[in-house]
Design a protein around this ligand. Sequence first.
Ligand code: ADP
Ligand code: ASP
Ligand code: MG
Length: 437
Amino acid sequence: MSLPVSMGRLTAESAVSRAFLVKTRGRIMALIVKKFGGSSVATTEKILNVAKRVLGEKKPGDKIVMVVSAMGDTTDDLIALAEGITKNPYQYTREMDMLLTTGEQQSIALLAMAFKTLGHPAVSLTGPMAGMKTNSVHTKGRIVDITPDRVHEELDKGNIVVVAGFQGADAFGNPVTLGRGGSDTSAVALAGALKADTCEIYTDVDGVYSADPRIVKGARKMKEITYHEMLEMARLGAGVMQPRSVEMGEYFHIPIHVRSTFTTTPGTIIREDYTMEDKDFVIRGVAHDEKVAKIAVLGIPNTPGIAHEIFSALADANIDVDMIVQSIRNIEKNVTDMVFTVAASDLAEAKKVVDGVADKLNAVAVLIEEDVAKVSIVGAGMLGNPGTASRMFGALSKVGINIDIISTSEISISCLVKGSQLKEAVNAIHDEFFPNK
Ligand code: ADP
Ligand code: ASP
Ligand code: MG
């Protein structure tokens, strides 16, 4: 695969080896990165429980790096706070990053205190202190390099090192966040840079399921899933892992263990290939994304360069476009409609950009639809199974759900449906491919 980022001086060394087993006096020590998500550290009681569990499971000599998210809904609360100042705070992306990074700063301080209170030395480090270097794309930053010297120093002093997820700093020292769910990426990237033995992602579910277990009651837990399929699930909305974190895992050859904060049952291993499970499934899972919005630019000239004009303007504003349909509106007048989806969080910015281009192109209208959602099936097995798409569409038609837009990749098929019908759509498709035994 192409490298997810320019990892600067880490590249060659880290990509080939992740073993960091150090023998001292005949004992093997391990370096373990453990990431705890927001719901796992939502209260001070939960933070203390996390510290107790980690100390209870720690073998003598193990080096532990913790990566933590902000407590509970703190990030959402901070966004709401900014909305008290302005309707669209994301127009001030640098200030948003200044604000959002405070969430993780609270949880690292509290968790480090929890370890100390329980008798183990610990130190908290912000993302920049841990050497997380990013580009300057505020609120959607990407890690460009990691120089974790300070982390090594603190580990060598015997500390448990508690690192703030979701954040780094650009070349000018500005705080930059890595997009929602970005602590996963901080953890996996740090594990790669430290050449950790294991990266464990602790969360409020006990693994990766064939669909979001909150939506589909009969969803099945996977023992393993490949990076490739997990990346597609995540990209299509399975919020249990941020897509970039899966790319990082593949890049560094780090197996990622997704497991529960609240139980000790083994979770799901994200890795190169299957080792245990039957590979003979057609689809691996159903993903959904309700945080999408549809934009339709109606009545634009059907001439070369128009698509480029619209989508390059969006790209310049760092807005990802997802499903795209161009249809003939009026052959005689040679005008067309361009319909596409963007992340709901980008809608306000995208509308501004598209309105500007639409004016220039003399478009008839720009329409926005927010009650839309995307449901997708994912699986490397569907490549050789031509009937898979029709089974998906059939499952939706059986429950009377209309498909608005369809898009496909090598290992996925996605349908845009009404947002209000999403839950029913996900369940209908899941039942089709994973019938109750
Ligand atoms: P954290 O705060 O620990 O990062 P997240 O809320 O980001 O937790 O991710 C965990 C959530 O991901 C689960 O509560 C679950 O609702 C959701 N999820 C979506 N798709 C899946 C899936 N296929 N398997 C497991 N969980 C999923
Ligand atoms: N706190 C950030 C968020 O809510 C990052 C994370 O939890 O991974 O998106
Ligand atoms: Mg998360």
